[in-house]
Write a protein that binds this ligand. Structure first.
Ligand code: CU
Length: 69
């Protein structure tokens, strides 16, 4: 399993946490997604067919900018 932590500076509250965790956990291949509101990060554990690009896309679809990591 690949584990990665993405910085998403626009995360600021529990609403952000719920929407991002919901969207990323819904992706095929994602084992776990957890948002840390204080650090504005998303930690994800995943295997194929999930990919970094797909995970970033799901976060962006929720309205958050994901700067180059
Ligand atoms: Cu928020």
């Amino acid at each position: 399993m690949t584990e990665t932590t993405l910085s998403v500076p626009e995360i600021h509250c529990d609403h952000c946490k719920m929407s991002i965790e919901g969207a990323v956990n819904a992706l095929d291949g994602v084992a776990s997604a957890e948002v840390n509101v204080k650090d504005a990060t998303v930690s994800v554990g995943f295997d194929a067919p999930a990919s970094i690009e797909g995970i970033i896309g799901a976060i962006e679809d929720q309205g958050y900018d994901v700067p180059s990591q």
